[in-house]
Design a protein. Structure first.
Length: 77
């Protein structure tokens, strides 16, 4: 099996695969893409910090990072 090499579109440096992680109190979760604008949840008329995710399209976020300049390319897959 051959491994694919990715080059940075900004500086030509080597890109490495990765993903965005969100930290919870006890662990890390893979970040997700949700189509549309974020809407904060309300509880008894008080706006909370979390957002509502209904039946919208939800996709994992994967990406590439340049080892030279730090440029990120993110993809919803």
């Amino acid at each position: 099996m051959t491994s694919v090499e990715y080059n940075c579109v900004k500086c030509g440096g080597k890109m490495v695969k990765g993903f965005a992680a969100d930290r919870t109190q006890a662990s890390y979760l893979q970040s997700r893409w949700v189509d549309g604008e974020p809407v904060n949840r309300t509880i008894l008329g008080i706006q909370a910090n979390d957002v509502v995710v209904g039946n919208d399209i939800v996709l994992n976020i994967r990406g590439l990072r340049c080892l030279n300049c730090g440029y990120l390319e993110l993809y919803a897959v």
